[in-house]
Design a protein around this ligand. Structure first.
Ligand SMILES: [Zn+2]
Length: 145
């Protein structure tokens, strides 16, 4: 997960790029996750990094949109960065995902349509929403407060 010293500029509208432009902008792992709906290895370096981070905001690594903050972060012990609520709901969209033979709810960046992860409801976590936004850390940039 990239650490930024300043918040990236918020995109004013939809961010649309060609496949090639995204490939030039993102590193191969970011491209695989954000643009090809990939999933990072759980419990890896990115997760350890995430768990050690203090207060701050999480932005889309593709377009810079602010997505989550440390306020909504919680330890779900699932191995992926988890949040119970988006920081700025208009920057996060969800849609049905039927891949893998089961119905899940995919979480995307509203500005660039980048794949962030999935959201799960009603798992019994002791959070205000009982939602678990299970997010690939590779697709996020962290801006410490
Ligand atoms: Zn984005």
């Amino acid at each position: 997960m990239k650490i930024l010293s300043n918040a990236p500029e918020e995109p004013s509208g939809k961010v649309e790029k060609t496949e090639e432009e995204w490939q030039n902008l993102l590193d191969p792992e970011q491209f695989r996750i954000l643009r090809q709906a990939g999933t990072e290895m759980p419990g890896g370096e990115t997760y350890r990094q995430f768990m050690a981070q203090g207060d701050g905001a999480y932005h889309c690594a593709g377009c810079g949109a602010r997505l989550f903050t440390s306020t909504e972060k919680f330890d779900s012990k699932c191995g992926w960065p988890s949040f119970y609520d988006p920081a700025n709901a208009e920057n996060v969209t969800t849609k049905e995902d039927h891949s893998g033979g089961r119905l899940r709810t995919e979480v995307n960046c509203a500005k660039c349509d980048g794949h962030l992860g999935h959201v799960f409801a009603g798992e019994g976590y002791d959070t205000p929403t009982d939602l678990r936004y299970c997010i690939n850390g590779v697709g996020l940039s962290f801006v410490p407060a």
